[in-house]
Design a protein around this ligand. Structure first.
Ligand code: ACM
Ligand code: ZN
Length: 761
């Protein structure tokens, strides 16, 4: 199928002439003319009105919304407007799934397709081609799309409604978002530790008890803070039916996820008898992974089968997602039921027990005509015979599954996790971590390069996941999903040879009109330039990266009181910070796209300069390859690392003592040294057990000047004050505290130490 499709692409490559119209995702081919036609009061015609009644109503309502007019004023007979014709025809050739064509001319707008799905996609393209003029007329540009269709069959968006709950009205709005990007799968993550969200008639406590918690984490996980508010909610089966119908009409299949055997705390709080030790449990307000999971005993399987019976009556799609991720084996190792099952079934270990669990559920669902899909952990201990795999811990799981001839949906954290930051964390509200800006999503290709042509056929597509630990409300879902959803949509719809980020960036500007029309709270972080600093020959430089390669930038530098130190000027790439370096001076670099005042989005980077800034640092022991920063220069780049951490701003060592020596370049009198440190015991990162600061004039003979922190020290930044010394070299030694103590996360493992900016006064 893929080969066939590629042939078609090759034969009608498009020419984009000019004009401001834009479609996202980019069609297989599209040509724009110079004329615009009025569709303010267009009549919608079709030869198959009974088949297309939903599509006609949808188009009519969307045009009304687009024109923002009083419905009674619209669709009166208006001789200025051309008709819109929808034509459903039976293909005599094999056209790809979802195919449509679209032509706008002075006579009519003509959309044809071989399926209602194709008509719907044609409508989405038409809606994006509309422009509302100043005189309130809705016009559409002269356009020819000779044939457009998606590259991948699975174009998915996921939403976690357990960590935070979103009512049915918002779920419909989310489906609208998915539909307008021509995506076709909604992965509804309905159950997790922090809340069970789907009514199950045979087990009412799942939602009565499992749907509610008495606290939630506040701020980032690393802060370990909680509120004490009751929080929860669930969907009734009637509501779910309504959503399924809503999605189906919009050509979207819902894949429900019922998590097992892990992420089950909410279910186990309601029915502790399905755990290994019987509980009692509470629905946790803490995020993460919990040791208490479903116990693979007969009663549990019967329970889950009854749950899935009801799930299957609600969701008609082929795939049922059974989770399978992040299931600790702690309880299973000491549970006599679990150990007996391992013996009876002649299983090697608890991983094979997990595989047994999943295979049992698969058999049950297969018998009901359904196929399971699970997170890539379901590969461990042996993949169930008919399972599809969702590759999230990188691409390896997907590669392995494709080689085993199993269907794969790619969703690696690096490119597909929309709970990650999309901009500099200094300018974003708190997120889980990571850095997945719009361009990174756009550059993703779901086909791993390692796969051969035969294996590639098993890649169904990809999806983006919206986990909601740090996404408490619907506005924030929209903010995290848009416009990254547009980038993912284009990754999945458009062929690689049609994809160009600068062009996409331009088309996004026109998509924003659609977002604004719908009132979506989309992010504009993608328009912020990226600012980094580094040193070259002892001089501090900045690097200004425009958000799109063809954009010019302006930048300026502000002082601590926000007065202007360096007025705005044009420039990008590497630029020396040609400011007289005043020790201890705070400055802020600001940069923005030049020439578009209405869309200015400023990127900024605060700097803190000292005698050490831009000076060379020698490390006795190199940091871990996982946390190398941009080399030792990261310690003197003028930028204090952030929390939540951007890994590239911190240097990290595991188990090692650390010795850092700064060459100030010349002898000078100094009396204060400080350094940033990261302390996060949950993540195995500890403060040193001892410090030593020593100084030297010649780089050979060092004199210790401090081993005690000064009172100014905090957990984030430690200070050392000493009697003034003449020195050119400053050495900081930090002793590793050794193995992590019992009772702490990572007990028995080596402690990490993480450091960043060094200041010398
Ligand atoms: C996952 O992110 N735990 C699938
Ligand atoms: Zn057990």
């Amino acid at each position: 199928m893929i080969k066939f499709v590629l042939l078609i692409v090759g034969s009608f490559l498009s020419v984009v002439l000019h004009g401001q119209s834009a479609i996202v995702p980019q069609p297989v081919n599209v040509t724009y003319g110079s004329m615009f036609f009025d569709i303010t009061a267009s009549k919608i015609r079709t030869t198959t009105p009974e088949n297309l009644s939903f599509e006609i109503d949808y188009l009519r309502a969307s045009l009304r919304e687009r024109a923002k007019q009083n419905p009674s004023e619209v669709f009166r007979s208006d001789s200025l407007s051309i008709p819109i014709v929808l034509q459903l025809f039976n293909p005599d050739t094999l056209l790809p799934e979802g195919w449509y064509s679209l032509r706008t001319s002075e006579n009519e707008v003509f959309i044809s397709a071989t399926s209602k799905t194709g008509i719907f996609y044609g409508i989405q393209s038409l809606l994006q081609l509309c422009t509302l003029r100043g005189d309130k007329r809705l016009v559409v540009q002269e356009t020819l799309i000779r044939g457009d269709f998606p590259r991948f069959a699975w174009r998915g968006m996921h939403l976690d409604v357990s960590r935070h709950f979103f009512p049915i009205e918002f779920i419909k709005r989310y489906i609208d978002m998915i539909a307008l990007h021509k995506m076709n799968v909604f992965h509804w993550h309905l159950t997790d530790d922090q809340g069970w969200r789907i009514e199950i008639k045979q087990f009412p406590k799942l939602t009565e008890i499992g749907g509610w918690r008495n606290s939630s984490m506040v701020g980032h996980y690393s802060e370990h803070r909680y509120d004490s508010l009751r929080y929860g909610g669930f969907y009734t089966q009637a509501e779910i039916r309504e959503v399924v119908q809503y999605a189906t009409l919009r050509k979207i299949t819902i894949v429900p996820e019922i998590e097992m055997p892990g992420h089950a705390m909410a279910a186990l709080t309601a029915y502790p008898e399905f755990s290994c030790n019987g509980g009692p449990f509470t629905v946790p307000g803490k995020w993460g992974v919990f040791d208490d999971v479903f116990c693979p005993k007969e009663e549990t399987f019967q329970f889950l089968e009854k749950v899935l019976d009801e799930v299957c009556t609600l969701f008609p799609g082929k795939f049922i997602h059974i989770g399978g991720d992040e299931c600790p084996k702690t309880r299973w190792k000491t549970c006599k039921n679990c150990q007996k099952r391992i013996q009876d079934e002649k299983l090697k270990d608890e991983h094979e027990l997990q595989s047994y669990f999943i295979q049992r559920m698969e058999k049950y669902l297969n018998a009901k005509g359904r196929q399971i899909i699970g997170w890539d952990e379901i590969l461990e201990g042996g993949l169930a015979p008919n399972a599809a795999v969702m590759s999230w811990r990188g691409t390896e799981g997907g590669i392995e599954a494709a080689r085993l001839k199993h269907p794969v949906v790619m969703t690696p954290g690096s490119h597909c996790y929309f709970d990650h930051y999309q901009g500099n964390p200094r300018q974003e509200t708190v997120a889980i971590g990571g850095f997945t800006p719009l361009e990174k999503v756009y550059q993703y290709d779901p086909i791993p390069a390692d796969l051969n042509a035969e294996e590639r056929k098993y890649i169904l597509g990809a999806q983006a996941n919206v986990w909601t630990e740090y996404i408490p409300n619907k506005e924030h879902v929209e903010y995290m999903a848009l416009p990254r959803m547009a980038a993912m949509a284009e990754v999945l719809w458009s062929y690689p040879e049609k994809r160009d980020y600068a062009d996409f960036f331009r088309r996004i500007e026109s998509l924003e009109e659609t977002y604004e029309n719908k009132g979506f709270n989309y992010s504009v972080s993608f328009r912020r330039p990226q600012i980094t600093t580094f040193s070259k020959n002892g001089e501090l430089r900045m690097k200004l990266d425009p958000p799109s390669p063809d954009k010019q930038l302006n930048y300026r530098i502000l002082q601590a009181d926000m007065s202007i130190l360096l007025p705005a000027q044009e420039g990008k790439g590497e630029i020396p910070i040609s400011i007289q370096q005043v020790p201890q001076e705070r400055m802020t670099i600001e940069a923005w796209i030049a020439g578009d005042e209405t869309k200015t989005v400023v990127g900024f980077l605060p700097l803190f300069m000292s005698r050490a800034t831009a000076k060379a640092v020698t490390l006795k022991t190199q940091p871990s390859k996982h946390y190398p920063g941009s080399g030792s220069g990261t310690l003197t780049d003028g930028v204090s690392a952030t929390l939540p951490r951007i890994n590239s701003e911190w240097l990290g060592w595991s188990g090692d003592d650390v010795e850092m020596t700064v060459d100030l370049g010349a002898k000078m009198s100094i009396s204060e040294v400080s350094i940033g440190q990261l302390v996060d015991h949950m993540n195995w990162i500890y403060e040193p057990s001892a410090w030593k600061i020593s100084v030297s004039e010649d780089g050979l003979n060092y004199q210790a000047v401090a081993t005690q922190l000064s009172p100014k020290s905090t957990l984030r930044k430690v200070h050392f004050k000493f009697i003034g010394k003449n020195a050119r070299y400053v050495r900081i030694e930090a002793k590793n505290p050794g193995k992590i103590p019992d009772g702490k996360a990572g007990a028995g493992e080596s402690s990490w130490m993480m450091f960043d900016e060094i200041y010398v006064k």
